[in-house]
Design a protein around this ligand. Structure first.
Ligand code: GDP
Length: 445
């Protein structure tokens, strides 16, 4: 789960709070102390922690909490809002050049995930109708150019690289030639992969800075491994001084990271996080939304990302049809099954389920969730009549028993499926109408 430990520490803190009516100053101080401890343990930079807890404390002792119907919930809301701020406030989108190509340069330590990211970014842009060109300027690491070639092929995009055998070439020159090539052949995006080192060093920084000067990029993205913990701040500062990036990409957010890098980087560098990388595959990539990330950390669920990912796993016509059906209240069990079957292809059901509200606590169940679940669901739905699939409300006790027998499942399985279907349909309807779904146990936030 995203920021597993931090997330469970914070939700535990709030659980204790939630049983209280009015909050005393001592309650607030206790909560703030817990939050402070959780953040420090997550390797968040001390300055950021001080600033954060100071703001939360001041607001939590203020009028908005005093007047609130449910003071504890109001405190959670305040922490949520302050987390959004720390993560960058509003989402910052990629800047496009007025005159294409838009040039994006990637910088970061070796192993941060730059080359992989180049492929992810290219595939994502291509999916939006753009024509990205990857430019291989990591001429230091022996395999880097080949690796970028592999990634380009996977993404189905073009690559510009020095001729083989010419690998000791000049990366600044290659970068310049790459941009010229894009202009000549009308590629509308250029993504420049640069060399990294295991630690920050002057030569690498100079090279990155020279490439920046030579290509005048619209975005310089600092790629940082979110697992690096306390080193995050020093590394980010070194790159800020050395190349002065315009935005940040957090990688390996799928790992069991503590969250320190994500929560510190904005406060320390003043630069926004644009993207998050969440796995080794080219599709494990998302735009970074501070508000959604905050709700994931607080286990308030991340319905919007969930839906976007579901949509990208479906073909578009299908998604449109489903949306229409939901709006008209015509979403059936057959549609539900169809969706599950499509998700199977996406291979990321666990990840998607993890974004549902309250799922942080259901890790064990998630671990057990697998293909068999889909097969069971299939069996149950296929044992239903057309009428039952269209209108599950008619499923009385004897029908449920018949379906259980027909599918080799228990009545409890059938009940649980119908219940899940009803929850999903309800949730999707709320979202389709532009609302936020209710968060279990907390009421609407
Ligand atoms: P570079 O040296 O900065 O170009 O880093 P690479 O792109 O070669 O990535 C280094 C390693 O991290 C590779 O094994 C990648 O497959 C892996 N990697 C990159 N991004 C992610 C991510 O978001 N999650 C996980 N789990 N692995 C990643």
């Amino acid at each position: 789960a995203t920021f597993g430990t931090l997330s469970s520490r914070l939700t535990d803190t709030f659980k204790n709070l939630r049983t209280k009516g009015k909050l005393s100053a001592a309650d607030v101080d206790g909560t703030v102390r817990e939050i402070r401890r959780a953040l420090l343990e997550a390797d968040v930079s001390l300055d950021v922690v001080k600033d954060f807890t100071g703001k939360v404390r001041e607001r939590a002792l203020g009028d908005e909490v005093n007047r609130a119907l449910n003071p504890a919930q109001q405190v959670v809301q305040i922490v949520n809002e302050e987390l959004v701020e720390v993560l960058g406030g509003d989402q910052r989108r990629l800047q496009f050049a007025k005159n294409p190509p838009t040039v994006i340069m990637l910088a970061g330590l070796q192993g941060a995930g730059k080359t992989t990211l180049a492929g992810k970014l290219a595939k994502w842009l291509k999916g939006q109708g753009h024509t990205p060109l990857l430019v291989a300027c990591d001429l230091q690491r022996p395999n880097a150019v080949t690796q970028l070639g592999v990634v380009a092929e996977q993404a189905g995009v073009a690559i510009f690289a020095p001729e083989p055998g010419n690998g000791v070439g000049n990366p600044v020159k290659v970068a310049k030639q790459g941009v010229a090539e894009a202009r000549a052949k009308q590629y509308d995006f250029v993504i420049i992969d640069t060399a990294g080192r295991l630690g920050v060093d002057a030569e690498m920084m100079q090279q990155a800075s020279d490439i920046r000067k030579a290509t005048n990029p619209d975005e310089v993205l600092f790629v940082i491994d979110s697992l690096i913990g306390q080193d995050a701040v020093a590394t980010a500062q070194a790159f800020q001084e050395g190349v002065d990036f315009t935005g940040v990409v957090l990688t390996k957010l799928d790992g069991d990271q503590r969250g320190g890098a994500a929560l510190s980087i904005r406060g320390v560098t003043g630069r926004p996080i644009l993207f998050a990388s969440t796995g080794e595959g080219l599709d494990d990539f998302e735009q970074f939304h501070p508000d959604r990330m905050a709700s994931r950390i607080l286990d308030l669920g991340d319905i919007l990302t969930l839906i976007e990912q579901a949509q990208s796993a479906f073909d578009e016509d299908e998604a449109k049809k489903v949306a229409e059906k939901i709006a008209k209240d015509e979403f059936t069990l057959d549609d539900f099954l169809g969706q599950m079957q499509q998700l199977r292809g996406a291979g990321s059901i666990k990840k998607m389920m993890g974004m549902l509200p309250g799922m942080g606590k259901m890790k064990d169940q998630l671990e057990n969730f697998d293909e068999r679940e889909i097969i069971r669901t299939e069996a149950i739905i296929q044992s239903m009549t057309q009428d039952e699939r269209k209108n599950p409300k008619i499923l009385n006790g004897s029908r449920r028993l018949r379906i259980a027998k027909g599918s080799g499942m228990t009545v409890t399985d059938v009940n649980s499926l119908v219940q899940r279907f009803e929850q999903a349909a309800k949730m999707m309807k709320t979202v389709a109408r532009g609302g936020m779904p209710q968060i279990p146990g907390m009421g609407p936030v």
